[in-house]
Design a binder for this molecule. Structure first.
Ligand code: COA
Ligand code: AMP
Length: 253
């Protein structure tokens, strides 16, 4: 059935270095105000962008998937070592082997693109043997075309305010993680940001939801990224990539 929704995406860079990106799925009437919001978001970084690209793509013939957001819990681990131990335990319950979990953590610590470098997207790693499957290890796979359902925005704002999680990153990360958790063949995700000022991260899966940790890395560290663990026995890279990159998904609480 035809609709009047658009994917609107912003990416900003300076001197060829990516600074920020965000996206929404909105109606035609919302395009102008949301474009202005995304533009001011691009301008609000410490560094002035020399390029801001805003893309508006009609989704009129697309079939949408609606997904319920993963339940959120915040782990109370005071030390980074405790947080790391907890993510290993959680990943193991989903079928990720200790070797794969260790390899993923080491990659995010050292930079999964090449030592010290972040990727432009996520690592795809086999859950048992820890093999990397993404065709380009600098780029990875980038999740796109997802947003909260418009009717849920007041609820989601209230939910995060009540949990004391008011940073826009958490809201966006939960939406992204929900899309990823339902990807064909994906069993779990591990993420922490490469932003040196942001040490929080999460593990997510359909089994236990989205578990947020305050301190998955040392403050000041510029390493981070995302790893999607996949079940090598039922994994089709092409099918999974098309879902992650192209399938429009709307999320509700
Ligand atoms: N890091 C580095 N470079 C990036 C990037 C990122 N995160 N995202 C985009 N780029 C650059 C790359 O050079 C990319 O080329 P590539 O495909 O060879 O890597 C180029 O921009 C075009 O990327 P593309 O994804 O086609 O652009 P887009 O305008 O369609 O979408 C984003 C850009 C950033 C909105 C989208 O990729 C995205 O990440 N959406 C999710 C945003 C979000 O909610 N994140 C939550 C994190 S908590
Ligand atoms: P961020 O949460 O924006 O700090 O991003 C942390 C890391 O996640 C980046 O360094 C990328 O490796 C990866 N990443 C960023 N955007 C995406 C995306 N849309 N899909 C998958 N991985 C991403």
């Amino acid at each position: 059935m035809s609709n009047d929704l658009f994917s609107i995406r912003m990416r900003a860079s300076a001197g060829g270095v990516h600074l920020s990106g965000a996206e929404r799925i909105v109606s035609r009437e919302e395009l102008d105000p949301v474009a202005a919001e995304l533009r001011s978001r691009a301008m609000s970084k410490n560094r002035e962008p020399d390029s801001i690209v805003i893309t508006m793509e009609p989704l009129k013939d697309a079939s949408f998937l609606e997904l319920q957001a993963l339940p959120v819990t915040t782990a109370s681990c005071a030390q980074m070592a405790d947080a790391r131990r907890e993510i290993f335990c959680r990943l193991e319950t989903t079928g990720v082997s200790p070797q794969s979990a260790e390899k993923a953590v080491e990659l995010l610590d050292t930079g999964p693109a090449s030592p010290g470098r972040s990727m432009r997207g996520a690592v795809i790693m086999t859950a048992f043997s820890g093999r990397r499957l993404e065709p380009d290890q600098k780029r990875g796979i980038r999740v796109s075309r997802f947003d909260w359902k418009k009717e849920c925005l007041p609820d989601i704002d209230a939910f995060f305010a009540a949990s004391g999680l008011t940073h826009f990153r958490t809201r966006e990360a939960l939406a992204l993680a929900t899309k990823v958790a339902h990807a064909p063949g994906v069993i779990a995700e591990l993420c922490w940001s490469d932003d040196p000022d942001y040490t929080a991260g999460y593990v997510a899966s359909r089994l236990f939801g989205y578990i947020r940790f305050e301190n998955l890395k040392t403050p000041g560290s510029a390493s981070g990224g995302r790893v999607f663990f996949v079940d090598e026995n039922r994994f089709d890279l092409e099918k999974c990539s098309v879902y992650l990159e192209r399938q429009p998904v709307l999320i509700y609480l």
